[in-house]
Design a protein around this ligand. Sequence first.
Ligand SMILES: [Zn+2]
Length: 86
Amino acid sequence: MHGGTSVPASRLGWVAKYPRHRRCKLCGRDASAAGPISARGKCAACADQRMVENLHSLRAHRGEGFERWYHEMHLTFQHERSPASG
Ligand SMILES: [Zn+2]
């Protein structure tokens, strides 16, 4: 009996859980062209663009999403400022 204890790393699950991105999933460039790829699989340029688009949509809608975002920011701000001591 042999080979019974040898389990391929890909079967353990951690590889799937923490994938190593070598290529941006948005623009398709690899790390040598686009720079470091984030844990979410986006290069810095695409992550930046996505963030700007998010801000634009938030500004454009000014609806539920905007208010929720504003509310969360406000809560975070209050929490960090700790009103009890301020
Ligand atoms: Zn990209």
